[in-house]
Design a protein around this ligand. Structure first.
Ligand SMILES: [Zn+2]
Length: 396
């Protein structure tokens, strides 16, 4: 538990940490803290910011709502009680939520309440909507953003002075953010630092305040922008660079996973470097790049990821391809056909996919989501984006 001398920090007992509507019209921002119960830093930061915002209603445009994620896990200081809440947001689980079919014990209740709170905001508040998911990591890290790869998310997140990691949705099932992204809204995650570090709370506060400015909710002066920008700028590296996940080591739970000591997030690694031990097996880096989210403590299914910087030219090229919907020509390639819905989902034959580099699909906005018996199911992020709802925003 983080040692917090300031009395305002307390573990939440209610879903809504705070909700403030300004005197002037504007967007609706939804922050979620502590969807992992061993990550209270985002909750503490939201408690502090929401208290201050309550005194700034006259200057505030729009609405800011702060939600607590997994309340029962937060109270026990555990990532989750029965199931990882941030892996339950699949379409199937959500349709089962209010029925007897929900089988995730304590997390069913948490997910029901969280979904109801989000639905209520979406139904009652005006857009455009922005979602921010606040996390921390088990190992030491500089702050960074995790972003589902859509042009809308890219355009918004490049305002922050922090590295941006694209494509996490390809490796995780059912995170809250992917669900919100599929609804078409700007939604992404911020990892502020190590779980128990006080600096993580400061980084979360800086991130929240910058988000209020970037969305136009507060002016730079009213948000003390320079101070927060400089603080985040100083505490991270490789500002505004985009990275892509190229490998994940998934732990199947049959052995003990032990990361070799001394690896920090974003540290450069060479192919064949020894990274970890799984049972008797030494795990070596399959690629050169940077190590990402090495698992040093607690529960988790992912041992480590390898990421690589995306060259600026590729970022530009993918924007050019996607804005012209050139993906419609992909089905002319052998072994590639439309799935359901047509124009949004591609079925790619596994043998063929080996020859067609994954990068080609990424360039055109497709990320592999599920693996069928003979083919990959790839989903286009761009089709769902509610781009028109954001075109009049200052950052667009
Ligand atoms: Zn987390």
């Amino acid at each position: 538990m983080i040692d917090t001398p300031e009395k305002i920090f307390e573990l939440p007992s209610k879903r809504i940490i705070g909700s403030v509507s300004g005197a002037l019209p504007g967007p609706t921002l939804i922050f979620v803290g502590g969807i992992h119960g061993n990550e209270p830093s985002g909750v503490y930061a939201l408690q502090k910011v929401m208290l201050e915002l309550a005194d700034q209603k006259d200057e505030l445009k729009g609405t800011v709502v702060a939600l607590a994620g997994n309340i029962s896990a937060l109270q026990k200081g555990m990532r989750y009680l029965n199931y990882d809440l941030n892996r339950l947001f699949t379409k199937e689980n959500i349709s089962n939520l209010h029925s007897d079919l929900c089988e995730f014990e304590r997390e069913c209740e948490e997910q029901q309440e969280l979904c109801d709170a989000i639905d209520k905001i979406l139904n009652e508040r005006p857009g455009p909507f922005y979602f921010f998911d606040l996390h921390t990591t088990s190992g030491e890290t500089v702050p960074f953003l995790t972003v589902n790869d859509s042009l809308l998310n890219r355009r918004f997140t490049k305002q922050y002075p922090a590295p941006i990691v694209l494509g996490i949705e390809e490796y995780l099932d059912g995170p809250l953010l992917s669900y919100i992204n599929e609804l078409g809204y700007v939604a992404f995650g911020f990892e502020a630092g190590q779980h128990t570090s006080k600096q993580s709370i400061q980084n979360h506060i800086a991130f929240i305040m910058l988000s209020l400015v970037f969305t136009g909710v507060l002016s730079k002066e009213d948000a003390n922008y320079e101070q927060h920008y400089q603080m985040l700028h100083r505490s991270t590296i490789d500002k505004k660079k985009f990275y892509e996940i190229i490998f994940r080591y998934r732990i199947d739970g049959t052995h003990i996973f032990k990361m070799n000591p001394g690896y920090t997030n974003f540290q450069r690694i060479q192919k064949h470097d020894s990274l970890a031990v799984y049972g008797e097996k030494v795990l070596k880096a399959p690629y050169s790049g940077r190590i990402f989210m090495p698992l040093y403590q607690g529960k988790g299914e992912d041992g480590f990821f390898v990421i690589r910087e995306i060259p600026v030219f590729f970022l530009w090229l993918s924007k050019w391809f996607r804005s012209r919907s050139l993906d419609r020509f992909l089905v002319l390639l052998p072994g590639v056909r439309w799935g359901e819905p047509k124009g949004e989902v591609l079925l790619v034959n596994k043998t063929i996919a080996l020859f067609l580099a994954k990068q080609l699909f990424h360039l055109l906005g497709y990320r592999s989501k599920k693996v069928g018996a003979s083919h990959y199911i790839m989903k286009n992020r761009e089709k769902a984006s509610r781009t028109l709802e954001y075109v009049f925003e200052s950052w667009f």
